[in-house]
Design a protein around this ligand. Structure first.
Ligand SMILES: Cc1cc2nc3c(=O)[nH]c(=O)nc-3n(C[C@H](O)[C@H](O)[C@H](O)COP(=O)(O)OP(=O)(O)OC[C@H]3O[C@@H](n4cnc5c(N)ncnc54)[C@H](O)[C@@H]3O)c2cc1C
Length: 464
């Protein structure tokens, strides 16, 4: 730079002047177009991460789009909702995760649609072209079209939603301690979890532990037996996808902890004050948590003929969207219907991870004009925890419950968390909670207010 200014000061073109002009022209010219195909991945969840990892060091440009700049470890959302973990410890920056991957770029963007003829993704930051596209947008809560329940019940599919739930729980405990009679306190202290799958079971267990070990320490004005936790499902068993042995053990753990398990019970309505069930029973409650169903998050433009049960995108044996050459869908948003799997694969992390890894490989096979490899799911088994020393492990034909299953559950979740720091923080938190029976901070950082009118993803939009 010193030489350039010297040349300019002397008002006569020097060799440095030409270099300066060349530099300016170089800066102004169009950015060089990469010679590599662009692979766009929508979603930095379990599936999206795996596609990007698989494409590291390959001759492609990878662009990941996500509405959040972090990956969420959904299996521990319930601990964020009950205040035992901070939200940051189950999230990890997507940029940081791929900082050393040279062919990777990230943009925070909400995708609205896909034009599969023009090979363009529409987002709130503009249109993004692609050569290959992977849709890994996951799923959202399914209220089965019941707008009233959608307005008043709490979903828990993302960190903002888990935080909303935490604030609602804590605010209602605060409200309850202001009331004088048991009748006045009842709706604030009744927690109804709809859906007895792993999410409902884990949350019911965590709320029961909050009642059993923390309630009267934090809120001396409240009585333990005034707080009620109900787990409701219209199916005849808890943990539907687990073995009968695992399901029975989970139910026993829950009832021993004081959870009222209501099976074969269908929810009719919920107006924010009272939940009504078919057959006439009802519960006065301001806390209904809905984990009774999920549906795929499908961008516009996919075409109704490609959508199957659970609002999922129908894919072929290599996870390619039916009828498309260069568009893949993986994980919760995809449905690979086969004779073996007439309803598609279960909505679990392992399916998304394995489909993501294979989609990355198959994209490279397609680019190199090689034969593609069909997807074959390797089921590694299922784990769910109910509380301290209580978990269910269904690992193929090996099934056990209790303390050892709980140790395995903790180990598997710790190693699966992204980021060394997160693993350490979560581990220390768990040790602290185990020893003191009083883990977590349970702070209300901002108040949760329900919006008056429902809109798409209401709870999350409010939290964002
Ligand atoms: C509370 C809870 C507990 C669970 N527990 C377990 C468990 O114990 N074990 C297990 O195996 N599975 C569990 N699951 C299921 C598991 O988390 C999912 O199967 C898995 O996350 C699916 O991965 P995915 O990549 O398909 O989607 P996700 O991991 O959900 O990722 C989707 C990504 O897409 C992004 N996205 C969505 N829409 C858009 C858009 N329009 N624009 C831009 N970005 C978008 C999201 O921000 C997100 O980052 C649990 C799920 C929940 C909700």
């Amino acid at each position: 730079m010193i030489f350039v200014f010297k040349g300019l000061d002397q008002h006569k073109p020097s060799i440095n002047y030409y270099w300066f002009a060349f530099f300016i022209l170089y800066q102004m010219k169009e950015p060089k177009k990469s010679k590599f195909p662009q692979v766009v991945i929508i979603g930095g969840g379990f599936g999206g991460l795996e596609v990007a990892k698989q494409l590291a060091d390959k001759p492609v440009d990878v662009l990941m789009l996500d509405k959040h700049n972090y990956h969420t470890f959904q299996p521990l959302l319930y601990q964020v909702a009950t205040g035992s973990l901070e939200s940051e410890s189950i999230a990890f920056s997507l940029r940081k995760n791929f900082a050393s991957q040279k062919n990777f770029r990230f943009r925070i963007a909400e995708v609205s649609g896909v034009d599969m003829e023009k090979n363009i993704v529409s987002t709130d930051i503009g249109d993004v072209p692609y050569d290959y596209l992977v849709i890994a947008t996951g799923s959202t809560t399914n209220f089965f079209g019941n707008k009233e329940i959608e307005r008043y019940a709490m979903p828990m599919k993302s960190i903002p939603e888990a935080l909303n739930l935490r604030y609602l729980i804590l605010q209602n405990l605060e409200e309850a301690s202001l009331k004088t009679t048991r009748e006045e306190k009842e709706p604030y202290l009744s927690f109804v979890l709809v859906g007895a799958g792993p999410t409902g079971v884990e949350l019911a267990g965590a709320l029961a532990e909050l009642r059993n070990h923390i309630l009267t320490r934090d809120y001396p004005d409240l009585e333990k037996n005034h707080m009620k936790v109900y787990l409701v499902d219209f199916l005849p068993k808890v943990l539907g996808p687990f073995s009968d042995q695992g399901s029975k053990a989970a139910k026993k753990f829950l009832t021993d902890m004081g959870v009222e398990v209501l099976l074969n019970v269908k929810v009719e309505s919920y107006n924010g004050e009272e939940i009504k069930f078919e057959g006439g029973k009802s519960i006065r409650t301001k806390n209904v948590i809905w984990s009774a169903g999920v549906m795929g998050v499908v961008p516009d433009g996919i075409g109704k003929d490609k959508i199957v049960g659970g609002n999922r995108i129908s894919v072929d044996a290599i996870n390619r969207v039916k009828g498309a050459e260069n568009v893949f869908a993986i994980g919760d948003v995809a449905a690979m219907i086969t004779e073996e799997m007439p309803k598609g694969h279960p909505g679990v992390a392992q399916v998304a991870i394995q489909q993501g890894a294979l989609a990355g490989k198959n994209i490279m096979h397609l680019i190199k004009d090689e034969a593609v490899v069909p997807f074959k799911y390797r089921d590694k088994g299922s784990l769910a925890t109910v509380g301290r020393n209580k978990a269910i492990a269904d690992l193929g034909k090996i099934r056990f419950q209790g303390f050892f299953a709980w140790l395995i559950w903790m180990f598997v979740h710790l190693i699966s968390l992204l980021g060394f720091r997160n693993k350490v923080i979560v581990f220390i938190n768990w040790i602290g909670s185990y020893v003191t029976f009083n883990g977590g901070s349970r702070l209300i950082i901002r108040r949760f207010k329900r919006e008056e009118l429902p809109k798409k993803h209401t709870q999350e939009a409010k939290a964002d």
